[in-house]
Design a protein around this ligand. Structure first.
Ligand code: CJB
Length: 839
């Protein structure tokens, strides 16, 4: 007779075994064992990659008992779960994070060193999983970290792109894109679950039929079917037993795919079709804040939404007889409109596949969903042509039309005779070619809509979504973004973390407001000295990186003035360049004048099809070439463009900054999160009253923030009056000299054409109003230089910035979502410790 397997957590003997044990000897043995049995290598023949893989498996093993226990607890307690639907998760490297969250850093370092290896080298070997473009994807990653840390039952759902965001190379000063084969050597963190695969339909048509009860029903006869295979990555909380899954879907052709074509002898045609359906999860679209209306993109969105909703429904039905109470077990968050088709897919699943009537289905849907808006840029609001929608999702278009019909009926009753209101609120844009407006669908189908910073939410209410706000003021709520202090302080700035720990212990990592206790040291010379030494240490490390990667020597004692983020005209990297050129002009006029030595560091990717953004990168590198080599400058200004800015490079950069550039045109940056990471690491901000800058300034204190520029209201007023950049150009000699230098080809070997599109845009039709803010920005920089020259004052300001950033921990943000939108509670995971070593 066979014996059933005993689950590991019910084993009668708790053993310090090679998969769970955490003393140094056990870790060494497990590491060697994985190298031999999983990588198939003797140590003498192993590569860095083998060492990395073997160590990753060693850590994953140590997450598994917690992970399975977490899932089991959620099932047994039948808890309400947060499902975070996001087309992007920019997780960054997992290994360092696992070491921190498992409290294993020191023991693993010792185990690795005693094995004759270097942990830092192994950590550097991990590819940075870039399954996102920028802020939105990184926010999702910070959120899943906080959810697990706060012991909230949660699943992140997304797409397992085979190619993440491209690797950026710089050739002759221009951006070149190289495919990101991040899965080339396998991914040791994920576990595939083909047993939980789901089928997704696409295309075809709908038809009416009578069900057994004699009711009229609609069914969807698809043209294609694709299978979604889930891959789960563990997301461990810090200092808890909770390990939640990040579940990413990979598309695979279904087995019965094009069976007829195979049989009819069209084998190669059928295989080509099969490959086509597998391209759905091939590549991340590299656009940030600008959607691309490509069919494949809509397929991606629907694919991961349909897989995830089917998974959520399956999970619910394991414990409940019907879906009427789905909203009691599931809170589904739409991360921007990318997953907004979920509203229609949920209605279809409830009605067509689970026999629910319209009214009940609609009530359940609205109670289950909530929507986060991340942008005010009008061009970034997603819409899909009705023709494409009908071709790919014929049933969903019918459902959207019906949602719209019922919704507009209500509006007509509430506001009779207001046809303009109707056309603005409609889910269908009928002003020209017809489009489905995804933000409108998301607003109508959700019980809560949030912006990501106070100003952003206010502008949504006043402007972008004002008609919806008029209908349902109670739906709108602000949730200012945040970032995880585990990655963005502890992991990236270990010396700063050590200083904090030495004074107040480790409690600040789960309650960032504890840092306020350190304000008493702001006038303590020893503390200030340590603070400066840490910053200098971080700057030296970045200087070393710059030397190795760019061959540019920078002085760690110069002020590190940094702007890293996606390249976009609204973010105004070129305003930063105008200021640098103004400084250069001053030096050229008077080479001996005093100037605070400054290293200007840039980094960020441009969308491959965004010409102006690519031209800004080229201009940065061209200005760098000239200024870095001009003997008159005598090294007082250095400009560096760091290629391939990503999460792991961010971890080197934020801790080394003196000054953080947050200079978007007011009213354009929804929140920003890099601004928070810089400030937490003691950088001062030079910024406009935009996004979360406003709240950073409120927290840090006005006197600890370098403010300049028009307010959002002034930007709108100036635009309304007619913004004329030439007026600023002709009346401001400094600005004129800067623009003339670029236009004359000074930075392009005399070529006057190269930067003409940029110059013309600034001079004649600049939506982002650089010239209107130019003088204020230059003046503000003078203030910065003056303050930097007084190091005692600067240190004090830097300390206060870092200590006052508690509001921007994503733990605070997630707590607010839990209480005010999702209505979910923490569920602690009880585990017996395996040994004293684990305590
Ligand atoms: N954001 O990263 C993106 N991509 C988009 O397509 C739209 C917005 C950014 O989201 C961040 C997280 O909310 C914001 O901090 C940032 O301001 C916004 O641009």
């Amino acid at each position: 007779m066979t014996q059933p397997l005993i689950p590991i957590d019910q084993c009668p003997i708790q053993i310090e075994d090679d998969r769970t044990g955490t003393n140094v000897e056990t870790l060494k043995r497990a590491f060697a064992d994985n190298l031999f049995y999983l990588q198939g290598k003797y140590e003498s023949l192993a590569t860095q990659d083998d060492f990395y893989m073997a160590l990753a498996y060693t850590l994953r093993d140590r997450l598994l008992s917690r992970w399975l226990k977490t899932t089991k607890t959620y099932m047994e307690k039948d808890v309400k779960v947060v499902y975070y639907l996001s087309a992007e998760f920019l997780m960054g490297r997992h290994m360092g994070n696992s070491l921190i969250n498992l409290h294993l850093y020191d023991r693993v370092r010792q185990a690795v060193e005693e094995s004759g290896l270097d942990l830092d080298e192994i950590l550097e070997h991990e590819p940075d999983p870039g399954l996102g473009n920028g802020g939105l994807g990184r926010l999702a990653a910070c959120f899943v970290d906080s959810l697990a840390t706060l012991e909230i039952p949660a699943v992140g759902y997304g797409i397992r792109y085979e190619f993440g965001i491209f690797t950026q190379a710089i050739r002759d000063g221009w951006q070149a894109e190289v495919p990101d084969k991040w899965l080339r050597f396998g991914n040791p963190w994920e576990i595939a679950h083909p047993d939980q695969a789901v089928e997704v339909k696409l295309g075809g048509h709908t038809e009416m039929y009578h069900n057994e009860k004699g009711e009229y029903k609609v069914r969807w006869i698809p043209a294609n079917r694709v299978v979604g295979i889930p891959y789960d990555t563990p997301v461990p909380g810090y200092d808890t037993n909770t390990v939640n899954p990040l579940r990413l879907w990979r598309a695979e052709a279904s087995d019965d795919f094009n069976f007829d074509a195979f049989n009819a002898g069209n084998y190669d045609g059928a295989v080509a079709e099969k490959m086509r359906s597998e391209t759905i999860s091939k590549v991340l679209y590299p656009n940030d804040n600008t959607p691309q209306g490509k069919q494949l993109r809509l397929e991606q969105q629907f694919f991961f939404v349909s897989c995830s909703l089917q998974d959520i429904i399956r999970t619910h039905l394991l414990r409940h007889p019907s879906l009427h109470n789905l909203h009691d077990t599931a809170a589904i968050q739409l991360n921007d409109t990318h997953p907004a088709v979920a509203i229609a897919e949920m209605m279809r699943l409830l009605m067509d596949e689970h026999e629910m009537d319209w009214n009940t289905a609609w009530r359940v849907t609205q109670k289950t969903f909530s929507y986060t808006n991340h942008t005010l840029l009008p061009e970034a609001l997603e819409k899909w042509s009705v023709g494409l929608f009908e071709y790919l999702l014929p049933r969903h278009l019918e459902i959207i039309y019906e949602i719209n019909r019922r919704f507009l009926e209500d509006v007509k009753r509430w506001y009779p005779g207001d046809d303009n209101l109707i056309s603005r609120l409609s889910l269908i844009d009928e002003s020209g070619e017809k489009y489905v407006r995804m933000a409108n669908l998301a607003c109508v189908g959700s019980h809560a809509v949030n912006g990501v910073a106070a100003l952003h939410t206010q502008l949504l209410k006043q402007d972008t979504l004002r008609d919806f706000y008029r209908l349902w003021p109670g739906k709108f709520i602000n949730k200012t973004n945040g970032v995880t202090p585990r990655r963005w302080i502890l992991m990236c700035n270990p010396k700063l973390a050590e200083l904090y720990n030495s004074k107040i212990g480790e409690g600040w990592l789960k309650d960032l407001s504890q840092l306020k206790q350190l304000e008493k040291y702001v006038d303590d010379p020893d503390f200030c000295q340590q603070w400066r030494e840490i910053k200098l240490h971080n700057k030296r490390q970045l200087a070393q990186y710059i030397w190795e990667h760019n061959g540019i020597e920078v002085d760690p004692h110069s002020m590190f003035d940094i702007q890293v983020k996606r390249i976009h005209e609204y973010k105004r990297q070129h305003l930063n360049l105008l200021h640098i050129i103004a400084l250069y002009n001053q030096i050229k006029q008077n080479p001996d004048q005093h100037i605070v030595p400054c290293t200007f560091i840039f980094g960020g990717k441009a969308a491959p099809g965004y010409f102006m953004a690519k031209l800004i990168i080229k201009l940065t590198n061209s200005v760098a070439d000239v200024i870095n080599h001009d003997p008159d400058v005598r090294g007082r200004l250095k400009i560096v463009f760091l290629n391939n800015f990503n999460v792991s490079l961010g971890q080197r950069i934020y801790p080394a900054a003196d000054l953080s550039e947050q200079v978007s045109t007011a009213g354009k940056e929804a929140s920003g999160t890099g601004n928070m990471k810089f400030a937490m690491n003691g950088a001062m901000t030079i910024g406009t009253l935009d996004g979360a800058n406003i709240e950073i300034r409120e927290e840090a204190g006005e006197e600890n923030f370098f403010l300049f520029g028009l307010t959002a209201q002034e930007v709108a007023d100036t635009k309304a009056k007619g913004y004329n950049p030439r007026d600023y150009y002709s009346s401001n000699p400094s600005l004129k000299a800067v623009i003339d230098r670029i236009a004359a080809g000074y930075f392009s070997h005399g070529d006057k054409e190269l930067f003409k599109p940029l110059v013309d845009s600034l001079m004649y039709h600049d939506q982002y109003m650089l010239f209107a803010d130019y003088q204020a920005y230059v003046d503000c920089h003078k203030q910065v230089s003056k303050t930097y020259s007084d190091q005692d004052k600067w240190t004090r300001m830097s300390i206060l910035n870092a200590l006052r950033m508690a509001k921007f921990s994503s733990d605070r943000t997630i707590r607010e979502y839990c209480n005010e939108i999702w209505n979910v509670q923490p569920v602690p995971i009880e585990m017996e410790e395996y040994s004293q070593e684990n305590a």
